[in-house]
Write a protein that binds this ligand. Structure first.
Ligand code: ADP
Ligand code: MG
Length: 705
């Protein structure tokens, strides 16, 4: 097969209205004004917007666009858009023009009433606005709909309440920038004007055959399998992780990369993951809002390209019980506009007091708001993953590594640190290995929040989830810790003394959150409890963290969320949880009643017929068939009873008031009832003739892609 050469350099960003395009196409003055808005947040005048819109439209049409769309991220977990053609009303001669105004670029007005608003709608108008986030470039997306000029926007209600993921993220980025700059001033830095949280997301996903996917109602309706016995082989051989990528998958990945690159998404690292049929794609880090937008775009590309290859991409956190689920590692750091990573400890962390202050502020933030961080990663699907010895436990702790832990211990003991342990890797004698290679160890893979050299990696986020919420929380809690530190240090008479004292105090007080051991070990759960760390096993347990007085006060003080927004968000989350569980329960009932029970009855009939036929032939030895028949009938009875019980619960569902009560009912009653139904059905799958089982097995799904 002849390979078509791709020129990655010219492909990259070719469908993005990026800085190079703007510089080339916009009049100088307009370009500089827009840049000022992008970089400093200054207001954009109507004239400038009109010129930008015009050029953007001309460019988009050259790229094949016929429509534009304000592209936003409501609280449904997916993105939303409405396409408007560029055409104007026909003129007298019957011809149309292609037009796009500054007003259309800056502001849109989708009807907000059909998006989740968690009660905001009852109090406020249904009207909603989308507003252009000019810090995230517009792009032309090509698919079956043709070319669409997509304009990344924030989505707010008539009264300014955020109805989306992006608005609070942008607000939190402002908050942390302000406080971080303040902190840097204390260390004599007068040049930095802005600090940006940088994020690199690593996305895990499953690929399965589309034909097989279509035969499983559970996958279609809920994104995960609700039944399924383990095949003889699972992931125990560890032969999939980083294994050779099969050709069918490679062809898929190649197209995913190309589509990502066209849209300026830095698809960088791809590999097979731990579970069979599981893969990962990581991008290069960038400003948090861009990373969030790009991750959404990437998830869409992963799905779209899959269908072209006869595949189906599963982004659910736990598509298959018994094999690893999928997550999304959120790598987070802080960079100044002068290009310095504030989380870089340097070679001798013990001397780097600015770093140690930042580090201990982060420890403080994570310790004080562990519940919020946990909440930010909660998702119906993630409940199956966290704490299952495959992903971080549901308890938040921080991995620092030996070197930093040692430096902090010195600080705690004596108020100063005098030395930094050499990195382990250097001690092996392989001097040429760069430092950052060191922290890829098995040990810290179990930590939910791990320091990995010059960034923190938050590993709890679910594969399907937006990375916005966790970054909103990270940015805001760290902004709060910085603010408290600055409030105190700015007043100090002796800065050095106060600084040492603060690092020592913070390190000692929040040491309990540091854990370098195995987070999967059962002893850790006990130890965490002894340390008084919060454990929130389920999404339903985590949601209240959003609306504690502590959270409300913090978010309001930075203008990231007001109380109304937080209450509405928690309502939306309860609702989301309950609806998802209810759909799962109904799907299980449907599959049991219409597919599984009839198949099992057919099988028992075959067994009974065979017993009779064998006996009629004069052979009285039918013990095996009879045992099988008895066993099958027993499980059948159990499955039928469990299905009836689940059906009763489903009929009670709407008797519980929407919100927390209904979510709790789902969590406490429906989830266990679903497990009770699954057990006998999975047992039946192991017995019943494969030819007669009404859907593809786990083995078919994950080993035969
Ligand atoms: P690791 O081996 O620790 O997983 P990698 O270098 O493979 O680290 O990076 C994993 C992810 O972390 C990538 O998405 C990468 O872009 C991102 N990343 C690397 N450095 C930073 C940083 N300073 N800030 C945020 N993300 C980063
Ligand atoms: Mg990693």
């Amino acid at each position: 097969m002849e390979e078509k050469q791709i020129d990655v350099m010219s492909l990259f960003g070719c469908d993005v209205f990026n800085d190079a395009v703007m510089q080339e196409r916009l009049p100088r003055k307009v370009y500089h004004e827009l840049k000022r808005t992008i970089e400093e947040g200054s207001d954009l005048s109507q004239e400038v917007a009109d010129v930008v819109a015009h050029e953007m439209k001309e460019w988009a049409i050259e790229k094949g666009a016929t429509h534009f769309s304000h592209w936003f991220q409501p609280l449904t977990g997916v993105t939303a858009e409405k396409h408007d053609a560029f055409i104007t009303a026909p003129r007298d001669n019957g011809k149309i023009l292609m037009s796009f105004s500054g007003k259309e670029l800056i502001k849109g007005e989708p009807d907000a009433s059909s998006f989740p608003s968690g009660g905001l709608r009852a109090t406020f108008e249904a009207r909603g606005y989308t507003a252009w986030d000019c810090t995230s470039p517009a792009f032309v997306r090509h698919d079956a709909a043709g070319g669409i000029l997509c304009i990344p926007t924030a989505f707010c209600s008539y009264t300014g309440e955020a109805l989306d993921q992006k608005t609070p993220l942008l607000r939190s980025m402002q908050a942390i920038s302000t406080q971080a700059v303040r902190l840097l001033r204390l260390f004599g830095n007068q040049t930095v004007r802005k600090v940006t949280p940088n994020v690199g997301a690593e996305q895990e996903y499953f690929l399965i055959d589309k034909e097989k996917w279509m035969q499983r109602k559970d996958l279609i309706y809920t994104g995960r399998t609700l039944f399924g016995a383990m095949p003889p082989k699972g992931q125990e051989m560890d032969d999939h992780y980083l294994g050779t990528i099969r050709q069918r998958i490679s062809a898929y990945m190649k197209e995913v990369n190309e589509e990502c690159w066209r849209l300026g998404i830095t698809a960088k690292t791809q590999h097979n993951e731990v579970a069979p049929a599981q893969h990962e794609l990581a991008v290069i880090y960038e400003a948090a809002n861009l990373a969030a937008d790009h991750n959404q775009m990437m998830m869409r590309i992963l799905k779209k390209v899959a269908s072209r290859h006869g595949l189906r991409c599963l982004l659910h956190e736990k598509p298959f019980a018994g094999v690893n689920g999928s997550g999304k590692h959120n790598n987070w750091s802080l960079a100044t506009d002068t290009g310095v990573n504030l989380l870089d400890p340097g070679k001798t962390p013990h001397e780097n007091l600015q770093f140690l202050l930042i580090l201990t502020c982060i420890l403080k933030a994570v310790d004080e708001h562990a519940d919020l961080l946990r909440e930010s990663a909660s998702d119906v699907g993630n409940d199956h993953r966290l704490g299952g010895s495959e992903a971080p436990p549901a308890v938040i702790s921080v991995f620092l590594g030996e070197q930093l832990e040692d430096v902090l211990e010195q600080m705690i003991e004596t108020g100063t640190a005098t030395h930094s342990k050499k990195r382990e890797r250097l001690d092996t004698g392989v001097k040429t290995l760069p430092d950052f290679m060191k922290d890829v160890t098995d040990r810290n893979r179990t930590s939910p929040f791990a320091f990995t050299g010059n960034k923190f990696e938050f590993r709890m986020v679910g594969s399907r989830d937006s990375i916005s919420s966790c970054n909103v929380v990270l940015n805001t809690i760290v902004a709060e810790a910085f603010r408290e530190a600055c409030d105190e240090l700015e007043k100090a008479e002796d800065f050095d003394l106060a600084l040492h004292d603060m690092i020592k105090r913070y390190a000692a007080r929040h040491q309990r959150i540091v854990f370098n051991g195995n987070g999967y070990a059962p002893e850790w759960a006990e130890e965490a409890e002894r340390r008084g760390l919060v454990s929130l096993p389920s999404m339903v347990d985590a949601i209240p963290a959003l609306t504690t007085e502590k959270s409300v006060a913090m978010f309001e003080s930075f203008g990231v969320f007001n109380r109304t927004e937080l209450v509405s968000r928690s309502e939306i989350r309860y609702d989301l949880y309950a609806k998802a569980i209810n759909i799962e329960a109904k799907t299980m009932i449907d599959m049991t009643a219409k597919q599984i029970i009839p198949a099992v009855i057919r099988y028992t009939t075959v067994l009974a017929d065979s017993i009779n036929a064998v006996k009629a032939a004069g052979v009285m030895e039918v013990g095996v068939q009879q045992d099988l028949l008895k066993k099958t009938s027993r499980y059948l009875k159990q499955a039928n009873a469990a299905c009836t019980r689940l059906g009763k619960l489903v009929s009670q569902y709407s008797e519980y008031p929407a919100g927390r009560e209904r979510a709790l009912f789902c969590r406490r009653r429906m989830v266990p009832a679903m497990e009770e139904l699954r057990a006998p059905v999975d047992a039946l799958e192991m017995i019943v003739d494969k030819e007669m089982w009404p859907m593809p097995s786990y083995g078919d799904l994950i080993f035969e892609v």
